[in-house]
Design a binder for this molecule. Structure first.
Ligand SMILES: Cc1cc2nc3c(=O)[nH]c(=O)nc-3n(C[C@H](O)C(O)[C@H](O)COP(=O)(O)OP(=O)(O)OC[C@H]3O[C@@H](n4cnc5c(N)ncnc54)[C@H](O)[C@@H]3O)c2cc1C
Length: 372
């Protein structure tokens, strides 16, 4: 059994970001990664860009929105505002190498067992034990097609790796948030006919929170295709997909039927990769894990933390890097306090993380809407 004080599972932005703080604080940690650094970004559809823009604003106290570590900026590394998935994975690798983050690739955590004094992680490389566990396995590898009967006849949008190379015509996309609109844009730009179905208005601007409405980057793409003769938008909820001889029938709640010859594409989102820890989690009504507000510990599971896009507190959704990185500091501070690290050292760390946008304990500030 290999033993560490803290084990982080997953080497995406959440895992590497939180590990960089553990490293600064001198914690004995390892990051276990089932494949390679930035695995999810490597698997992104090949022309999919980050929707959050990068800008090398760090020197004036505003970290690049996509930075996960102080003194780094994807915009600076690539001289680009909207990185592709492969490029962002390369940024993560640069950061991991520069800061000598302790990452072990090709190590998949298969099951986590609770012990009186910590956690046993069963992996394909043997068992590991840690006192603290930080779950950073992300969402991308758990695509969801929920509440649609006949979902087995559909394909999830994340599996359309090369949208510019798809053959045939007449595509139906279920879901009109970021991935759905981006895919519709790619297909229409490639002279394909697309019908996009979503229960809500696509150009909703009732809030300034990009976790709930389209980001400006995707909105711009939407505006480019909205009036194209190749693009058809239907407001409605798909209840079921039926495979027939002439193709697929999409039955909507209002009894409308949309026919398509191609496999329907569901851009219906993702949820936490939770299989190895399922029995340890309790869930909120909206399906996201219940966490303590103090330090993002899983409800009832002391010393087991969540970092990444599935973090939710009340109505606050931490699904973007610039949001969830702000909770890295509260997790590591909690571990340092439990380990009785010198208070002065903790304060120095916390002050630094605050100034870098990697420490947010008062969530009341997240309520502010833009006034114009
Ligand atoms: C299509 C899409 C586009 C997005 N675009 C943006 C954007 O532009 N800007 C933004 O801020 N956010 C964006 N997001 C939100 C987003 O979730 C992330 O930014 C980011 O990928 C989350 O980081 P993460 O480290 O939590 O997860 P991931 O990047 O998914 O990393 C998780 C890692 O854990 C590993 N892993 C999983 N299971 C195990 C296991 N059992 N054992 C060991 N390792 C494991 C995986 O291999 C992976 O490397 C997007 C999300 C999606 C789905």
């Amino acid at each position: 059994m290999t033993i560490y004080n803290t084990i982080v599972v997953g080497s995406g932005p959440a895992g590497i970001g939180v590990a960089s703080l553990l490293s600064q604080a001198g914690n004995d940690y390892i990051v276990l990664e089932k494949k390679q650094i930035g695995n999810s970004f490597i698997d992104w559809p090949k022309n999919m860009e980050m929707i959050t823009p990068s800008f090398p604003s760090n020197a004036f106290g505003q970290m690049d929105l996509n930075s996960i570590c102080e003194g780094t900026s994807p915009a600076f590394s690539f001289n680009k505002e909207h990185l592709l998935g492969d490029e962002y994975a390369e940024y993560l690798e640069l950061v991991a190498n520069y800061f000598q983050i302790n990452i072990q690739p090709s190590t998949e955590v298969i099951h986590v067992k609770k012990m009186p004094n910590g956690w046993v992680l069963e992996t394909n490389q043997g068992d590991y034990f840690s006192k603290y566990l930080i779950w950073a396995a992300g969402e991308f590898q758990n695509p969801q097609i929920k509440n649609i009967k006949g979902a087995e006849h559909c394909i999830h949008s994340s599996y359309v790796r090369y949208p510019d190379r798809v053959e045939g015509d007449g595509f139906a996309i279920i879901g009109g948030y970021e991935s759905g609109i981006q895919l519709a844009y790619d297909l229409v730009s490639n002279q394909k006919n697309v019908t996009l179905i979503d229960p809500s208005e696509i150009d909703d601007t009732s809030t300034s929170d990009p976790s709930q409405v389209l980001s400006p980057h995707t909105y711009k793409k939407y505006k480019k295709i909205q009036n194209s003769p190749l693009y058809n938008e239907v407001t409605g909820k798909v209840n079921s997909v039926i495979k027939k001889e002439d193709g697929y029938h999409l039955e909507l709640e209002d009894e409308q039927i949309i026919k398509t010859e191609r496999i329907p594409i569901c851009a219906t989102g993702f949820s936490l990769v939770d299989e190895p820890i399922k029995e340890l989690i309790s869930y909120r009504e909206d399906g996201s894990p219940k966490l303590t507000e103090k330090a993002d510990e899983f409800d009832g599971q002391e010393n087991m933390y969540l970092t990444g896009p599935s973090v939710r507190h009340d109505n606050h959704i931490f699904c973007f890097i610039y949001k969830f990185r702000q909770r890295f500091g509260v997790i590591v501070e909690d571990i340092l306090r439990k380990e009785k690290v010198d208070e002065e050292q903790i304060s120095l760390c916390v002050e630094k993380w605050k100034s870098n946008g990697m420490y947010l304990s008062d969530l009341s500030c997240c309520d502010d809407e833009c006034v114009c």
